[in-house]
Design a protein around this ligand. Structure first.
Ligand SMILES: Cc1ncc(COP(=O)(O)O)c(C=O)c1O
Length: 482
């Protein structure tokens, strides 16, 4: 995003792309939105896009593709084995991520499955900055656990710290000493920690992690799904890296990891994923799992067309105007909400704008899922679909007891180059109204709770008739307006 000075009026983020393919959107009346919410089980994953106006559920697989990516899809070399498209992807991975051995997988969680099956044993502990839902599910599948080691300030959402995704190095060393090296197959760093507000780690922190890893002979595994944006925030916020290109920063980070894996749905394209390394023995330790779970080694369950788009998308992560677009819009979104006193995660991170549901809904006990209730209420009054990132997204302990999450966030994802500024302004306006009327929001309870990844398929219901009351107030204030 170029830094443009405006002669008139407010400073706004400027798009350095134009829209050439469009998709029509609907904004259905609030009465229909209430029915849609009931049909979904008050879970935004259960909504149909025909009822959604702005789909801010996620950036996974929803970033806008470039003309060059789409053009590349036409030159795909369809072959079960030895496809030239895969060769082009391998070259892109080596050029951008600096790793020469590549295992393709159909999406990020497939990489997590392969890595966990290859390296995690029952009883192991994986230290990390913070977990991601699907990674945790694979660790638990393999009868191991995790240790989350971000600094305590990562959960002080209204205080400024440029790198809330950093690992607390003292806690890391204590964890290694407590469990013993033999129980720790690797340390996992997640770029731009998804679940705690898209907050980045710094390169100096990753260097410290590498130092500790080398001291104890432990591998470092980097989840690079949101690496481009993490690199952008390093360039913005870490003094020593201000003059470096995104490419140099990315290579620095990947160079500190033994294994890098990614969801290409976030990093570079709309499908796919990969695991890469420069260590042949690690590659060989995972190789056999690819044909077993994914597909042959040169397509990994991804369509060859998508492999071409991934390769072009990887080179595009080096383009600052592309990578900065989403964080710049998120910054605008966060700062506008803050002007209306809406509690938001600061500093603005990547992936989306995160609303802090604990103070927003301080009248709802955490056991009644304030972030889930806020996601439902916000969809009801705006047609904007966000995602709960709190206790609904958490898991019960081995005795079935609810484990309250460290934070209750409503994430409003801002995929790259998808939404216009007027749409972001609409989202701000409706959130400001909801904040004024927040006491009308009530809690939720589960009516159907699957044992694994319950936030995807679970069904909930309001604990009272609060959604009808909220709709009534909306009609009073907005009249016939949608
Ligand atoms: C940090 C991170 N890792 C892994 C994944 C899983 O990737 P996928 O959705 O492609 O399976 C995601 C998805 O959102 C993610 O954000």
């Amino acid at each position: 995003m170029n830094n443009i000075k405006f002669f008139l009026g407010e400073e706004i983020p400027l798009e350095l792309h134009k829209v050439r393919v469009i998709q029509k959107l609907n904004l259905v009346p609030i009465e229909r939105r209430l029915r849609a919410l009931e049909e979904s089980g008050y879970n935004t994953f259960g909504l149909s896009t025909k009822d959604v106006y702005l789909d801010m559920l996620t950036d996974s697989g929803t970033n806008a593709m470039s003309d060059n990516q789409i053009a590349a899809m036409f030159q795909a070399d369809d072959a079960y084995a030895g496809s030239q498209s895969f060769e082009r992807l391998k070259t892109a991975v080596e050029d951008v991520l600096g790793k020469k051995f590549l295992l393709p997988v159909h999406q990020g969680r497939a990489a997590e499955n392969v890595i966990c099956r290859a390296f995690v044993k029952p009883g192991d502990v994986i230290p990390m900055n913070y977990h991601f839902t699907t990674f945790l599910a694979h660790v638990l599948e393999n009868k191991a656990t995790i240790a989350e080691l971000v600094y305590d300030h990562a959960f002080n959402f209204d205080t400024y710290h440029p790198f809330k995704g950093n690992i607390d190095i003292e806690k890391l060393e204590d964890t290694i000493k407590k469990h013993g090296v033999e129980k720790i197959p690797f340390i996992r760093m997640e770029a731009s920690t998804n679940l705690i507000g898209g907050q980045p780690f710094s390169i100096s922190n990753m260097m410290d992690v590498r130092r500790i890893a080398d001291k104890y002979g432990i591998m470092v595994v980097l989840d690079a799904s949101l690496l481009g944006e993490n690199a952008y925030l390093v360039q913005q916020r870490e003094e020593q890296w201000k003059e470096n290109t995104l490419g140099e920063i990315i290579k620095m980070m990947t160079g500190l990891a033994d294994i890098v894996y990614f969801s290409a749905r976030k990093l570079s394209s709309s499908r796919g994923g990969g695991i890469c390394t420069n260590r042949k023995e690690l590659y060989q330790g995972m190789e056999a799992l690819i044909p077993l779970f994914e597909g042959f080694l040169t397509y990994g369950g991804i369509s060859v067309r998508e492999i071409e788009a991934m390769a072009v998308g990887l080179y595009e992560t080096l383009d600052e105007t592309m990578i900065s677009q989403s964080p710049t819009f998120i910054k605008y979104f966060v700062e506008e909400l803050a002007k209306h006193k809406v509690p938001v995660v600061t500093p603005p991170g990547v992936l989306g704008c995160h609303v802090n549901a604990m103070p927003f809904c301080d009248h709802i006990p955490q056991s009644q899922y304030p972030a889930g209730a806020l996601a439902a209420a916000y969809f009801l009054i705006s047609g904007v679909r966000g995602m709960e990132r709190g206790t609904v997204s958490s898991v019960r302990d081995e005795n079935g007891v609810e484990v309250l999450a460290n934070c209750e966030l409503l994430r409003l994802a801002v995929p790259r180059r998808v939404f216009t500024l007027s749409q972001i302004k609409y989202a701000v306006d409706r959130m400001a109204w909801l904040y004024e009327n927040r006491k009308l929001i009530g809690g939720l309870q589960f009516t159907y709770e699957p044992p694994v990844l319950r936030f995807f398929m679970g069904k909930l219901a309001p604990v009272s008739d609060w959604s009808e009351k909220l709709m009534y107030k909306f009609r009073q204030d907005f009249g016939d307006s949608l």
